[in-house]
Design a protein around this ligand. Structure first.
Ligand SMILES: Cc1cc2nc3c(=O)[nH]c(=O)nc-3n(C[C@H](O)[C@H](O)[C@H](O)COP(=O)(O)OP(=O)(O)OC[C@H]3O[C@@H](n4cnc5c(N)ncnc54)[C@H](O)[C@@H]3O)c2cc1C
Length: 463
């Protein structure tokens, strides 16, 4: 059972409670921090863990809001079932009963380029899609003959895409996809950092098509089924944290980390506590602040990881004539729409809207247009409604709105990210007992966060 504590433990420290067992602090109660705590306990139940969370609730980017009969996700919607680690975590934490598979009616995805078109998912559909010209399609088919890159230098997704599948495919499909996953653009993201498995195909097989055929499409495509939780992702966070036998201190905004001969000291204006090991599961810019005095060089590198702002506007309709048959849409940059995309949440997971109500979630901003994400709440609602009307033709008056602004929403893995992360990890490794683990480094999807947290827990527990 999680043992909640208030932040009134000024100057308290663990020395009074120290037995022979190690004490570990985890800063950050998002999925990375919670999963790391979970697996450390699996590997060694004797280790004492204290988790500090800045907010009054756990979950970080995984939070569900209940409003007027709608369940609105502030961030992540779910995870794909094609990687085993999240499903394993769900099972081990006894959360299988709340697992929710996305609806089969929501398999169709749409892209808005000149108008709304179905995303082709078979070779036949690709050959007939109006999303690419004949020239664009022929260029994609030329991919196996395009010369492979021979060195290991980093490059943007745009450079990678133009080389392999041509400009049109990149400007339409890769552009929409990278907006949907990373809130980024092909130009501002590193191909090897953001899509390592795809880049590996070129390296190993000389071509993406050849690689996919040889690997029977196992690793390369998105694949899998989207999974979430009954009642939204917050239900999982709640259940996972309740099953953790650790101390959880909420409303604890950790300001500094120091080290002396007895161990690490975490501190803010209300508390000062000592630990044998510390894991920072915070966004890179927060870790940079915490480490500013203790490790300035590491702090500077962390501060250089940029974040894309993204805002989510939940739009609920008590009645809506549009059937919403599908998953939702992503818009291309060249379509010049005010939204990055619109997710048809009540079609994806039926419990997101009661009875016949319908719920959309518009995504706004990202690297494409950061200024749009940072608008005030009312302007964001108008921006969302304009985007919904322009892309889906819906002009009906909604009944409910919910706005969540993530001013620093998603780390942007820019060109140079892999080298920067290598440097960050080698600087952190110099301090025995210090670990960095969050979505800032080696993957932002829930599946990546869970896999990386499991690896981190193994390292910490020494298994
Ligand atoms: C809008 C949006 C939609 C997304 N959709 C999906 C999706 O559908 N599928 C998917 O797989 N992924 C999705 N993601 C990505 C995924 O949700 C995140 O990468 C993941 O949740 C990050 O988890 P984390 O624990 O690494 O970081 P965070 O969730 O950011 O957690 C960090 C925690 O640290 C706390 N903290 C920060 N500073 C301090 C401090 N000084 N002291 C104490 N605590 C501190 C924060 O309050 C926070 O709780 C989405 C992300 C966003 C923003």
């Amino acid at each position: 059972m999680a043992r909640g504590k208030k932040k009134d433990n000024i100057q308290s420290n663990h020395e009074s409670r120290v037995t022979s067992h190690e004490s570990i602090a985890i800063v950050g109660g998002g999925i990375s921090g919670l999963t790391t705590a979970f697996y450390i306990k699996q590997y060694n139940p004797e280790i004492r863990i204290t988790l500090f969370e800045k907010e009054s609730e756990l979950g970080g980017k995984m939070k569900t809001i209940q409003k007027d009969g709608f369940l609105i996700e502030e961030g992540s919607n779910g995870f794909l079932s094609n990687k085993p680690d999240t499903l394993e975590l769900v099972k081990l934490s006894h959360c299988e009963d709340i697992l929710l598979k996305s609806s089969d009616n929501a398999r169709k995805r749409f892209i808005y380029d000149r108008k709304l078109e179905v995303l082709p998912e078979s070779p036949k559909a690709f050959l007939t899609t109006p999303l690419l010209s004949l020239k664009g399609k022929l260029r994609v088919l030329y991919e196996p003959f395009a010369p492979a890159k021979t060195d290991d230098s980093d490059e943007s997704l745009q450079e990678f895409g133009y080389r392999r599948v041509g400009k049109e495919m990149t400007d339409v499909f890769l552009d929409a996809m990278v907006a949907g996953i990373y809130a980024s653009t092909p130009k501002s993201i590193s191909a090897p950092a953001a899509f390592p498995l795809v880049v590996k195909l070129e390296k190993e097989y000389g071509s993406l098509f050849k690689g996919m055929i040889k690997k029977k499409k196992k690793e390369a495509g998105p694949g899998g089924v989207l999974m979430s939780f009954k009642g939204g992702v917050s239900t999982f966070i709640e259940k996972l944290s309740q099953n953790l036998d650790i101390d959880i201190i909420k409303d604890a905004d950790i300001k500094t980390l120091q080290k002396d001969e007895k161990g690490f000291i975490l501190q803010n204006e209300n508390l000062k506590m000592r630990f044998d090991k510390v894991i920072l599961s915070t966004p890179a810019y927060e870790s940079a602040k915490i480490l500013k005095e203790f490790m300035p060089e590491l702090s500077n590198e962390l501060a250089d990881i940029e974040y894309s702002p993204i805002s989510i506007v939940g739009v609920g309709y008590n009645t809506l004539s549009h059937p919403l048959k599908g998953f939702g849409l992503l818009a291309t940059t060249r379509a010049k729409k005010s939204v990055l995309g619109v997710l048809w949440d009540s079609s994806i997971f039926r419990d997101r809207a009661k009875e016949d109500k319908k719920l959309l979630r518009a995504m706004i901003g990202g690297q494409r247009s950061p200024e749009l994400a940072l608008q005030d709440e009312e302007t964001l609602i108008n921006t969302a409604l304009k985007g919904i009307k322009d892309t889906m033709g819906i002009d009906e008056k909604p009944d409910t709105f919910y706005v969540k602004r993530h001013d620093k929403g998603i780390p942007n893995y820019a060109v140079g990210h892999i080298k920067r992360v290598e440097k960050i990890m080698s600087l952190a490794d110099k301090i025995e007992g210090l670990y960095l683990n969050s979505n800032a480094y080696k993957g932002i999807g829930l599946n990546d966060c869970v896999s990386n947290s499991k690896l981190c827990a193994k390292k910490v527990a020494g298994v």
